[in-house]
Design a protein. Structure first.
Length: 174
């Protein structure tokens, strides 16, 4: 009987540790303040995009999933943001590994998305950019190639407007 209690306690401790790791670990390596690693992404269109080639422009990467209601609601807002920002800001939507690429295309088409979309087939992009596990998650990358910010959850409109304004100021200085 005592051995059974020990096994149960040990199992609960391992499960609790795993849950804590799952919840806290992404914040330990969110990469904010660090340079973006060399990440090449294959767009749903088949083209390739390399984050290193975007240095000199501000970049917003939106990690999303078609089964995430806040993510889908945010797509139209991100599309409007992309249109307002024009060439000053590169916006890239990254669908999580568990997403069906056909569903990603369909949901994006319904939302009128024209910015580049990537399906993170193996989850490597999410891992390399700070262990993204929550959708939506947005990464803000400055012109110097550093990750300036990370927002988990819906993107506040005031932040997206601030991001565009900073991009506009940077364009005027150049």
């Amino acid at each position: 009987m005592r051995r059974d209690h020990l096994i149960i306690a040990l199992t609960l401790a391992i499960a609790g540790g795993a849950a804590l790791w799952w919840t806290v670990a992404p914040s330990w390596h969110s990469r904010v303040g660090t340079h973006v690693p060399a990440v090449e992404m294959t767009l749903l269109s088949g083209r390739h995009i390399d984050l290193a080639e975007l240095r000199g422009r501000m970049v917003l990467i939106d990690f999303w999933a078609p089964d995430c209601a806040p993510c889908v609601d945010e797509l139209a807002e991100l599309q409007a943001l992309s249109q307002r920002a024009g060439a000053r800001v590169a916006l890239i939507g990254v669908a999580m590994a568990y997403s069906d690429p056909d569903v990603v295309r369909a949901v994006a088409a319904r939302a009128g998305v024209t910015f580049p979309l990537v399906w993170d087939r193996r989850g490597t992009i999410a891992d390399e950019l700070g262990g993204v596990r929550v959708t939506p998650t947005n990464l803000f990358i400055g012109v110097d190639g550093r990750i300036d910010g990370r927002i988990e959850g819906r993107l506040p409109e005031s932040l997206s407007l601030q991001f565009i304004n900073e991009a506009a100021l940077g364009a005027k200085r150049q």
